[in-house]
Design a protein around this ligand. Structure first.
Ligand code: ZN
Length: 646
């Protein structure tokens, strides 16, 4: 939007009337949910504490103050001012200038030292340079994903600014609906696990919550129905993504291929993990000879339209909707999302996937909200007999397996999902070594695990209190333990590990459906001293499940290129096989029930989704009986209404 157009909107004038006369407002434009206010007197904002809040309250908007481009220092002068203000120990690794918006991004190993006590240093940088300074963490483990997502957004910044301004006008449009209601339709993920996609419809606005694939199947969400997106890409106003797992995110880029050009709201780690998983999704599809439904440019479109939110920040995403994301305890950045509809008239909660108890890695899911007329609730382990071992038992079991295998002189091979369970196991191993419960032996990380871990190190704010404090207060990052080794030398390095002494190997894929685990199993299968230890769910039809069921003659496909392509070899499995229960990223039945029964306020009505038919049916019945609120388990394409009768 040009200055003239914003003048027409009268926003800058309106703000000028609110602030004291010595503050000069030169422009005001919407960028996504925020109202960006440009000023030629940024230092005056520092002299008038509380004035930003005053504007926010009077206009009921989220306000960002930026210095007017006319008054800012040159890039080299600004850099010199920053070096002078910020102590060297902050470890600045990169400074990025965005002249179009007067923004300046400082990447540092210790962002806290750039921000300063009470954000004073950061404020000084803004006043003295005339640039709006923001700080990003340089991950201590270098992450190519974090790097390329940040680089991409920098590269696309001009187009991104246009996107944000267009979205901003959409959000702040006048409300036009004459009839209001709140209803939710399942486009997938009802009576099944996978292809999560729900439409929240308020009469004024339609929000799509998640858009995933169904692992092990070609089924996609029902996007072709009228409230879907295939026929009219502008049916949907915004997408909210609860977390990065592919059964929630895989088909987001498809929306852009269909012409959708609205925003995706999620947390910052979800954005980065989504980038990693979606590009890998395309790579795997290519390797398996499948034609993926979209291309990498559609992934980039999705990233370009992504607006990240911090936990517990209220954000206006439509004239009638404000959302707040809260920790879900499931994977890095996963969110339980609260929707405040029509100024608090109706409150809706989407659980996404949750873990209710604390784990080593995350605090347990939040279940306190300002309102909750409806709850859309995951029910993966909602069946009457779905119990899991507790965390402590699971840890003891894993340590026993490691110690026994070590005494036999063998290696422990653990298939694990790259995102979530691997980092949980890493923290368990690190603690066990620190306490002397297991010997200090190398832990090799193979496949996408290293990169996913590096993304975790970029966002310690999202980790469990204890881990965060260790990192922030004591500079002691468990992911940097010297025993952790990145396997980046392919089969040569794997062979060296196999020929070497005792070791633990954590590798993808988690269900033994492909990936480097296939190389490891060929190397280690014959060794009776070694142990294959399952720590996660093994779905029907996967090699992992076959082995759990007792199969010992296994067919392994090698994906070596060259003449003949993939070859199949049969190997005899002589290594020990163990299963450790209790490391799931999901709450079990008791955890799910505790989430609902302890929820404040009590939900008005519950819709049970994300579970097999038995799980959703049994869990909804249990909620009716034990919590005493209406609960149902609709099928795909059914709609449930949640607003209170007037
Ligand atoms: Zn998940």
């Amino acid at each position: 939007m040009s200055a003239t157009q914003s003048r027409q909107d009268g926003l800058a004038d309106e703000i000028s009337r609110i602030v004291p006369p010595e503050i000069e407002i030169s422009d005001a434009v919407y960028e996504g949910p925020e109202l960006v206010v440009y000023t030629t007197t940024p230092e005056k904002f520092g002299d008038n504490p509380g004035i930003i809040r005053e504007i926010a309250v009077q206009l009921e908007k989220q306000i960002t103050i930026r210095p007017d481009p006319d008054i800012r220092a040159s890039e080299s002068d600004a850099e010199a001012i920053i070096q002078q203000l910020v102590p060297e120990q902050a470890g600045i690794t990169n400074i990025d200038f965005h002249p179009e918006t007067s923004e300046l991004f400082i990447e540092a190993e210790r962002p806290g030292m750039v921000i300063g006590r009470g954000a004073t240093t950061l404020q000084q940088i803004t006043t003295k340079t005339g640039w709006d300074a923001e700080v990003l963490r340089t991950p201590p483990l270098e992450s190519s994903t974090v790097r390329s997502v940040r680089d991409f957004l920098t590269y696309e910044r001009e187009e991104r600014r246009d996107v944000l301004q267009r979205i901003g006008r959409q959000i702040h449009r006048p409300s036009t609906a004459s009839e209001r209601y709140v209803r939710v339709t399942a486009l997938g993920c009802a009576h099944e696990v996978g292809r999560a996609a729900f439409v929240l419809d308020t009469g004024e606005t339609r929000i799509l919550v998640d858009c995933g694939d169904k692992p092990g199947s070609d089924d996609t969400p029902y996007l072709q129905v009228p409230e879907g997106i295939t026929a009219d890409a502008h049916t949907i106003d915004a997408v909210v993504l609860t977390h990065a797992h592919l059964d929630h995110s895989a088909l987001l880029p498809l929306l852009y291929k269909y012409g959708y050009d609205g925003p995706v709201y999620c947390t910052q780690p979800t954005r980065d993990l989504m980038g990693l998983l979606l590009l890998d999704y395309l790579k795997v599809a290519g390797k398996q000879g499948r034609t993926p439904p979209y291309e990498s440019r559609d992934v980039k479109e999705a990233l370009k339209h992504t607006i990240t939110l911090d936990y517990d920040t209220i954000t206006e995403i439509a004239p009638d909707i404000r959302i707040t994301m809260k920790n879900a305890g499931h994977v890095l950045g996963s969110a339980v999302t609260h929707f405040n509809i029509n100024d608090g008239e109706t409150g809706m909660v989407f659980s996404g996937d949750i873990h209710y108890e604390d784990t080593k890695l995350f605090n347990g899911a939040v279940n306190q909200f300002p309102s909750a007329d409806g709850l859309i609730m995951e029910s993966t382990y909602g069946g009457d007999n779905d119990t899991q071992a507790d965390q402590a038992t699971a840890e003891e079991e894993l340590k026993r397996i490691i110690n026994e295998t070590y005494q036999q002189g063998g290696k422990v091979l653990i298939p694990a999902f790259a995102v979530g369970r691997s980092q949980e196991i890493m923290l368990v191993l690190e603690e066990a070594m620190r306490n002397g419960d297991i010997p200090e032996i190398p832990v090799h990380l193979d496949g996408m695990i290293w990169e996913a871990t590096a993304i975790h190190t970029a966002y310690p704010e999202y980790l469990r209190d204890e881990v965060r404090e260790r990192i922030f207060q004591h500079g002691d990052n468990p992911f940097l333990h010297p025993s952790f080794n990145h396997i980046d030398g392919g089969d040569d390095e794997r062979q060296r590990v196999v020929d070497g002494g005792p070791a633990i190997i954590l590798t993808t894929s988690g269900m033994m459906t492909g990936g480097p685990i296939m190389s490891w199993i060929r190397y280690l299968a014959a060794d009776p001293a070694s142990t294959l230890a399952f720590v996660g769910y093994q779905a029907d039809g996967t090699l992992g499940r076959q082995i759990q069921r007792g199969e010992r003659e296994i067919e392994v496909e090698t994906l070596q290129s060259g003449r003949g392509g993939a070859q199949r070899v049969t190997v005899e499995l002589n290594m020990g096989v163990e299963t450790v229960n209790g490391f799931s990223g999901h709450a079990d039945r008791a955890g799910l029930m505790n989430f609902v029964s302890g929820m404040a306020p009590k939900p008005g009505k519950v819709m049970c989704v994300h579970g097999d038919p038995g799980s959703v049916t049994e869990f909804s019945r249990a909620i009716r009986q034990e919590v005493g609120v209406p609960a149902e388990a609709p099928r795909n394409l059914e709609t449930v209404r949640f607003d209170r009768p007037k």
